[in-house]
Unconditional design. Structure first.
Ligand SMILES: N[C@@H](CCC(=O)N[C@@H](CS)C(=O)NCC(=O)O)C(=O)O
Length: 247
């Protein structure tokens, strides 16, 4: 049995999609991030970085005690290995492509777009520089993705964990008011993946409405749990950099 410490965000959906695709037995343990449930000290034993998703495999590869795994990309690789290489191409060239696009998603497409979401949707309004910087970087990477999908049906030519990692972040662009119709190759790929029953099941858990709106209204407590003092203190940061109105 695999415990999935989960919240229905793009990073969480990568893992729930992979679990549905592979059929591995699992149970979702849902966290309310607005309430700061991920900040509890006991969750640090599962993920030292304190972020979601994370899993605990009670029947780990190689045996031994339950194995916690954090970082969504590492979780996808682990689940693939656990299922004898599911959704990782066997062909070495394609396999390398899957690894490259997985790393691209983890290091660039997710984090940079995540900053766009932060400054467009959550930060105090009127900060033109970071909004421009991260929206432009998101658009640049959408162009990169669109070009790749013009030459290949899937990122590694066959459906793989690289697509599972990237698809939920392509889906997320609507929340920063980008329209996928502007990238027709992404749209074609997106629709094919969306039609997979496992993807529908894996994304069936919806975000609470207060996080789905373009500009979610957060209470001061929820803000602190997500971005401010409560979040920093839970990681042991006592001396805070302050910016008026932001912490
Ligand atoms: N690189 C990490 C990112 C994880 C991450 O940032 N998760 C968000 C939710 S999608 C989170 O836990 N946020 C809570 C916080 O920042 O305190 C991964 O891919 O697993």
């Amino acid at each position: 049995m695999i415990d999935v410490h989960f919240t229905p965000t793009p990073n969480g959906h990568k893992v729930s999609i992979m679990l549905e695709e592979t059929g591995l037995p699992h149970r979702l343990i849902s966290y309310d991030m607005l309430a700061g449930e991920h900040l509890r000290p006991e969750f640090r034993a599962v993920n030292p970085n304190g972020r979601l998703p994370a899993i605990v495999d009670h029947d780990p590869i190689g045996g031994g005690p339950p194995l916690p795994v954090f970082e969504s990309g590492a979780i996808l690789l682990y689940l693939s290995e656990k299922t004898g290489g599911a959704f990782m191409p066997v062909d070495p060239r394609r396999r390398s492509q899957a690894q490259q696009w997985l790393m691209w998603q983890m290091a660039s497409f997710g984090p940079m777009q995540g900053q766009a979401h932060h400054f467009v949707r959550y930060a105090p309004e009127g900060q033109a520089y970071p909004v421009t910087r991260y929206m432009n970087e998101t658009r640049r990477m959408l162009a990169v993705l669109d070009r790749r999908l013009a030459e290949a049906e899937f990122l590694a030519e066959e459906y793989s964990i690289a697509d599972m990692a990237t698809w939920p972040w392509a889906r997320a662009i609507r929340a920063i008011e980008l329209d996928m119709a502007d990238w027709p190759n992404i749209k074609r790929w997106f629709d094919v993946i969306e039609a997979r029953p496992a993807v529908a099941r894996g994304t069936g858990v919806k975000n609470p409405p207060n996080l789905s709106s373009i500009r979610p209204q957060l209470t001061p407590e929820a803000w602190s749990n997500l971005f401010g003092e409560n979040m920093l203190k839970s990681s042991g940061v006592e001396s805070l950099s302050r910016s008026d109105g932001m912490i």
